[in-house]
Every structure is written in structure tokens, then in C-alpha cells.
Design a protein around this ligand. Structure first.
Ligand SMILES: Nc1ncnc2c1ncn2[C@@H]1O[C@H](COP(=O)(O)OP(=O)(O)OP(=O)(O)O)[C@@H](O)[C@H]1O
Ligand SMILES: [Mg+2]
Length: 284
């Protein structure tokens, strides 16, 4: 990759939702798996004290965590916490740990900018950077939103989907307005759908009516392969079953969409003529 000739801008995306258990981590792992399958250089930042993404990506060693990274917060310090995931070369991880809970409160001036500062320079080594968030729109999620260009909202097709999506979209607007003008909502992903149930179909219609431009045209079905792959600490793309292939196809489309949206945001800023954007189809 011609680092001198081109300004390389990675696709950076946080996966957010106020509600727990809707599939934030599953979506992040699905996207990381899609990037893995394409051979894109990928960094996953686990910003959830539950450390579910960390467990599922099975790193061999973890010296430092996002807790240490946010506590220090000097420019570029996140480089020290990057480890190889168990998924194979090119897929790196900044792990989380339980103690990250202590960083969930605002600390001093520019508290929201701690992750962005710590990642300075570090993200330039990657094509794709994904940040997993806790089930909250508090300080940790605000740090994630301040550090990325795209925010993907995840929901289930339930009665609580609409207010949950509204709260997440509002949080994105707040961070965009105060800390991160390049931030854009990438859309609302409906996860764990069983379209044959009338309740799910109804909620999907309701969501689309409320946010016609934001509900993504990809819906991730509920498939047992998702849980099997997570339990085996491998990308769902490596799991051999029809259900696994089905969700892998959705994550592939979703990754395409995110790469396209990221390229648009960069073009909007008028630097498109000097940047390269890796989609995984070109050799890099
Ligand atoms: N499409 C799916 N098909 C089958 N199981 C799924 C699907 N999506 C999520 N799950 C399962 O549902 C559970 C919750 O998903 P996940 O951990 O991704 O949610 P989350 O939003 O990250 O939760 P938390 O808020 O606790 O971080 C997990 O056990 C996961 O394997
Ligand atoms: Mg999670």
C-alpha cells in the first residue's frame, strides 16, 4: 500500500445499542469475519467490560486492555495494547477486561476523546477498525463514537426496538455535534429476525415507517450457527453449515455497504483524490 503516495483512510465503525443482548457483539464479529474472509487488515477494539468480543476472538496473550488504554489516553498509546487474535494473521484485537467498568465515568477535560487520542496513528495500519460497545449510551460508547466515522445501530424486531433505535441515533447526533463532525449513522441493522413470525414482520414494518432512510435493507436471521461459531471462537464465515453461509452473506453485504459509506464520507471532506480505499477486491 503506497503510504507516501496516498493518504490511507480506514473504515472505522462503532456498533452501538442502548439495549443489552440485541446482537452488537454478534454483528461486530460477523463484520470482522467478513473482513477476515477478504483478507482485509482488521482491528477490533473491545470497549465492553463484559469482554465478549475478546473471548470470541481468543487472543493468545493480553498484556494491556482498553481499560489501560483509556486510563493512559496519550496519543497513540493504544499500539501497546494491540494483540493478534486467534482468528489468524491480519485480524488484531485490543482486548477488554472487567476493570474497564472503572473507565465508564467521565474523567477530566476531553474525557470523551480518550479513545480517539489513544488510537491516533494506530488505525492507519488497518483497512477496517470495529469498536464493540457496552449496552449503554454512556461514557464508553461516547468514546467509541468520538473515535470513528460510522456508527451502526443494532436492534431486534421487538416492541422496544423503536425507542431503542431513537435513543442510539440521538446519542450519535450529540457526539457528532460536540466532538466528531465526520461521524455518520451507518443505519439500523435488524438482527435475530424470524420473518415468518407476524410480530417480527410487524415490528420491521414499524421500524421502516419510522426511519425510512436508516433501516438497512439487510436483516440478519436467527441461526444456531452464529452461537456455535462464537462458542468455537471462530468467525461464522469459517463455520460450515447452510445457516452459517446465510448469515455470512448478510455480513458480506453489510461490510460492502460500510466500506462504500466510509468512502463517501471521505469524499465529502474533499480528500477523495488523494486517498486509497481498500475494498478487498483489489490487491493491497
Ligand atoms: N442472529 C443470531 N442468531 C442466533 N443467535 C444470535 C444472533 N444474534 C445474537 N445471537 C445470540 O444472542 C446472544 C446475545 O447476542 P450478543 O452478545 O451479540 O448481543 P450484545 O448486544 O452484544 O449483548 P450485550 O449488550 O450484552 O453486549 C448471544 O448469545 C448471541 O450468540
Ligand atoms: Mg456485546
Amino acid at each position: 500500500m503506497g503510504q507516501n503516495a496516498h493518504h490511507h483512510v480506514p473504515m472505522t465503525c462503532a456498533v452501538v445499542a442502548q439495549k443489552g443482548g440485541v446482537g452488537k457483539t454478534t454483528t461486530l464479529l460477523g463484520l470482522a469475519g467478513a473482513a477476515w474472509e477478504r483478507g482485509l487488515r482488521t482491528l477490533v477494539v473491545d470497549l465492553d467490560p463484559q469482554a465478549n468480543a475478546t473471548s470470541a476472538m481468543d487472543p493468545a496473550s493480553t498484556a494491556y486492555s482498553t481499560n489501560d488504554v483509556l486510563a493512559d489516553a496519550r496519543s497513540g498509546v493504544a499500539a501497546d495494547a494491540v494483540v493478534a487474535s486467534g482468528w489468524g494473521p491480519g485480524i488484531d484485537l485490543i482486548p477488554a477486561e472487567r476493570a474497564l467498568e472503572h473507565r465508564a465515568v467521565p474523567e477530566g477535560r476531553d474525557s470523551t476523546l480518550r479513545l480517539r487520542l489513544a488510537l491516533e496513528g494506530v488505525i492507519d495500519n488497518y483497512d477496517v477498525v470495529l469498536v464493540d460497545c457496552p449496552p449503554s449510551l454512556g461514557e464508553l460508547t461516547r468514546n467509541a463514537l468520538a473515535a470513528v466515522r460510522l456508527a451502526l445501530v443494532v436492534t431486534e424486531p421487538s416492541f422496544f426496538a423503536l425507542p431503542g433505535a431513537a435513543a442510539a441515533l440521538e446519542a450519535i447526533e450529540v457526539v457528532r455535534g460536540s466532538n466528531n463532525l465526520v461521524l455518520r449513522p451507518a443505519g439500523v441493522l435488524v438482527n435475530r429476525s424470524r420473518p415468518q413470525t407476524s410480530e417480527h414482520a410487524f415490528r420491521l414494518v414499524e421500524l421502516e415507517a419510522a426511519y425510512p432512510n436508516l433501516i438497512l435493507p439487510y436483516v440478519v436471521p436467527e441461526r444456531i450457527a452464529v452461537q456455535q461459531a462464537q462458542g468455537a471462537c471462530v468467525p461464522v464465515q469459517a463455520w460450515r453449515s447452510p445457516g452459517a453461509r446465510e448469515v455470512a452473506d448478510v455480513y458480506d453485504d453489510l461490510l460492502d455497504m460500510l466500506l462504500t459509506k466510509a468512502a463517501e464520507t471521505v469524499a465529502d471532506l474533499g480528500v477523495s483524490s488523494t486517498m486509497t480505499f481498500s475494498t478487498g477486491t483489489e490487491s493491497s
